[in-house]
Design a protein around this ligand. Structure first.
Ligand SMILES: Cc1ncc(COP(=O)(O)O)c(C=O)c1O
Length: 366
C-alpha cells in the first residue's frame, strides 16, 4: 500500500521544534507523543477503508463501545531507529504484522494486511520523522516507539465480535527501557497468578493479558523487582516468560535455551532474532520446556551461566536474580553476562545500521 493512499489532515498546531528537541533529550518511555496518528476504519459491510493520518488527540468513543466492556482489543510494539545518515528504519515489521493478524484472529477482530500495517507506519513517519531521536553514541539506545492498536468501537452491548473497528498507530520517543541499561535486573516469580492458560489468549498481544498481569506486577514492585516471571497454569512448574519479555538461559557448554512456543507464550520478534543471531555466533540454541527446578539447580551448580530477557522495548537485559517466596535464585557463576552482551551489541548494531543487514531484517520508513 503506497503511503499516499493515507489522506493527510495536518496538525495545525504541531509541537514547536525547541519543545520537541527538549523532549527528545530525555523522553523516558511512553510519556510523550508525536503530532499525528495513523488511522484506518473497518466495518463489516465496507471492510478496511478511510486510511488517514490526522492530528494526534483524544478519541471520541461511545460509552457503549464494545472495547470498553469486553476488551476486544489488540496491539503491537515496534521501534523506528535513526541511522547515521539521517534515514529512519524499522526492524522486521512483517513479523509484527503477522503477529497482529494472529492476535486479531484470536480476538475475533478483522485481519490487517502487511501493506496496511507497514503502510500506516510509513505514512505516520512521513509526517513525524523529526520525532525520531538521533543517538549520540552507540550506547545511546533512543528510538521512536510505535504502537499500532485495534479496538472494537461499535456501540453495542451484545457479546459478539464488533461490526465496527478502528486501527490506529501512535508514536512515542523513547530512551532505554531500563534505566540501568545492561545492568542485571531482579525478577519476581509469580506463584499466585498465572499470565495465560492453554486455549486462552497468551500467544496474542491483547490488552487483557496485560491487565491480568498487573496484580503480579504490584507484588514485583513491592519486592523491588522490575518484571514478573510467570509459570505455566497447569503444573506451575514450567517457565513461560516475563510480563513483557521472553527469557533465555545460557549454559556452561555453549547451549542457549528458551521455552518452546505454546499457545501460552507470546512469540517475540526479538526472541526469534536472538535464536538466529545465536546460531550465527556458533552457539546451539534450543527451544524446549525449562522448569523452575532446572533454573534453581542450574544456577546453584554453575551449569547455567547467564539468564537474560529480551523484547523490543528492553532489547536484551541480563537477569541478575529471581526473587521467589522461598528465597532468591542467583547464579553462582557470578557471570558478567558475556553472551547476553555480545548478542545485545549485535542486535543493536543491526537495528541502528552499524552492521550489515545480512538477514534482510530492516525496512526503510523515511
Ligand atoms: C508478553 C510479552 N512477551 C514477549 C515480548 C517480546 O516480544 P518482542 O520481542 O516482539 O517485542 C513482549 C513484548 O512485546 C510481550 O509483551
Amino acid at each position: 500500500m503506497p503511503t499516499d493512499s493515507f489522506d493527510l489532515q495536518p496538525n495545525a498546531t504541531p509541537t514547536a521544534s525547541p519543545i520537541r528537541e527538549d523532549i527528545l533529550k530525555n523522553p523516558g518511555f511512553g510519556r510523550y507523543f508525536t503530532d499525528h496518528m495513523a488511522h484506518v476504519r473497518w466495518t463489516l459491510d465496507a471492510g478496511w477503508h478511510g486510511r488517514e493520518v490526522r492530528p494526534y488527540g483524544p478519541l471520541t468513543l461511545d460509552p457503549a463501545a464494545a472495547v470498553l466492556h469486553y476488551a476486544q482489543e489488540i496491539f503491537e510494539g515496534i521501534k523506528a531507529y535513526r541511522h547515521a545518515d539521517g534515514s529512519v528504519w524499522t526492524f522486521r515489521p512483517e513479523k509484527n504484522a503477522e503477529r497482529f493478524r494472529r492476535s486479531a484472529h484470536r480476538l475475533a477482530l478483522p485481519e490487517l494486511s502487511d501493506a496496511d500495517f507497514i503502510g500506516s507506519l510509513k505514512a505516520l513517519l512521513a509526517q513525524d520523522h523529526a520525532w525520531v531521536p538521533t543517538p549520540k553514541s552507540a550506547a545511546d539506545e533512543c528510538s521512536l516507539y510505535l504502537r499500532p492498536f485495534m479496538i472494537a468501537s461499535e456501540k453495542f452491548l451484545g457479546v459478539r465480535p464488533a461490526h465496527e473497528v478502528d486501527y490506529y498507530v501512535i508514536a512515542s520517543p523513547a530512551a532505554a527501557y531500563f534505566k540501568g541499561g545492561v545492568e542485571p535486573v531482579s525478577i519476581w516469580l509469580s506463584s499466585h497468578y498465572n499470565r495465560a492458560a492453554p486455549g486462552g489468549t497468551g500467544f496474542a498481544k491483547c490488552g487483557g493479558n496485560y491487565a491480568a498481569s498487573l496484580a503480579a506486577q504490584k507484588e514485583a514492585s513491592a519486592h523491588d523487582c522490575g518484571q514478573v516471571a510467570f509459570l505455566d497454569a497447569r503444573e506451575n512448574k514450567w517457565i513461560e516468560e516475563l510480563g513483557g519479555m521472553n527469557l533465555f538461559f545460557v549454559f556452561k557448554d555453549g547451549r542457549i535455551a528458551t521455552p518452546r512456543l505454546t499457545d501460552t507464550i507470546l512469540e517475540g520478534v526479538t526472541r526469534d532474532s536472538v535464536l538466529t543471531l545465536a546460531r550465527d555466533e556458533g552457539l546451539s540454541p534450543e527451544e524446549r520446556p525449562i522448569s523452575i527446578d532446572e533454573w534453581r539447580e542450574g544456577a546453584a551448580s554453575g551449569e547455567i551461566t547467564e539468564v537474560f530477557a529480551c523484547g523490543t522495548a528492553a532489547v536484551i537485559t541480563p537477569v541478575g536474580e529471581l526473587v521467589t517466596e522461598e528465597g532468591r535464585i542467583r547464579l553462582t557463576a557470578g557471570s558478567d553476562n558475556p553472551i547476553a552482551k555480545r548478542l545485545r551489541t549485535k542486535l543493536l548494531d543491526l537495528q541502528y545500521g552499524r552492521a550489515e543487514d545480512t538477514h534482510g531484517w530492516l525496512t526503510k520508513l523515511v
